[in-house]
Design a binder for this molecule. Sequence first.
Ligand SMILES: Cc1cc2nc3c(=O)[nH]c(=O)nc-3n(C[C@H](O)[C@H](O)[C@H](O)COP(=O)(O)OP(=O)(O)OC[C@H]3O[C@@H](n4cnc5c(N)ncnc54)[C@H](O)[C@@H]3O)c2cc1C
Length: 325
Amino acid sequence: MQNVIAVVEHRKGQTRKVTYELATEARALADRLGGKAHAVVLGGEAGALAESLKAYPLDVVHVAEDPDIDAYLLDPTIDYLEAAARAIGPSIVLVPNTMYGRDVASRLCARLDAGLAADVTGFEVENGRVACVAPKLGGVTITTCAFRNCEYGVVTVRPNSFTAQPGGGGASVEMLAKPAGKSYAMKIESEVEEASSELGLEEAPVVVSGGRGLGGPEPFETLLKPLADALGGAVGASRAAADAGWVPYSLQIGQTGKTVSPKLYIAVGISGAIQHKVGMRSAGTIVAVNKDATAPIAEFSDLVVAGDAFAIIPELTKLVETAKV
Ligand SMILES: Cc1cc2nc3c(=O)[nH]c(=O)nc-3n(C[C@H](O)[C@H](O)[C@H](O)COP(=O)(O)OP(=O)(O)OC[C@H]3O[C@@H](n4cnc5c(N)ncnc54)[C@H](O)[C@@H]3O)c2cc1C
């Protein structure tokens, strides 16, 4: 496996942020393996999206704009990805660890007879062999596993595990030929958008997170959501809050939850355990609102607001709303 292929995820004409992280990491891995960095972008808007990928240090962006890709469930997508991977040759295929990516990865693995590493947060390369680092067993262990006896390795990569870095540029764009002799069974009849999507938390520029210090589920709605809305952000949580059933696990940030990397992270009533820290430490600015000014989170926060969240957050929300007028 020498080459690296980043699978592009997009929706409504927007490339997901994780794609750029994958493109950047594809370059880094390909350099360490002595191969090339490729991306594959599929669907009606693929041509335009390929242009935005040219800002990243890829060698080739493969494109297919076949209307079947958007009209049917994943079958055409998998056909195109398989064809691209076989044309490129033995490769590591990087897929976002999102709902879309997990669907793609499992089916592509079967087609390519590939090894699969899931929810990967780091890579090690030694003597041309790629090993994937991933939390397992609910984060109790961190495993490192290497591909053996396979030409292809498919990896789902946890969003926000790598930093997207534009640069290089100059990738060539190549059109993929339609795989021959295919007919598809599952046509999409209609689509209904969920009010709160997975995209929200992982790509929000601001995250306002709550922990055990909030004491129950209501403050997530009445205290944190108004502040998050005022800042154009999303609400997150510590595991203590998710374990207590105050919020769904989809909001949990940390070792066994999501990794976020917003410009601003506001931790409210969260002590800052290491398992929480690993999911948000790469945020641009970290603000802690905590009764205890010496809580561990103070050690890695840019600003600590010491006091009762129930007094501070409504005032802060008012200030933000006033500043916007
Ligand atoms: C294998 C494993 C995996 C884990 N994975 C995760 C994970 O993914 N994510 C995660 O978050 N945790 C995880 N944990 C749990 C982690 O160790 C901590 O137990 C958890 O993060 C604590 O949550 P907390 O900060 O909300 O609660 P606490 O540690 O109880 O902290 C509550 C904080 O609220 C403050 N506070 C109280 N009242 C107020 C108030 N009125 N106003 C302001 N501040 C107040 C307190 O001073 C305190 O600092 C994991 C643990 C293990 C063993």
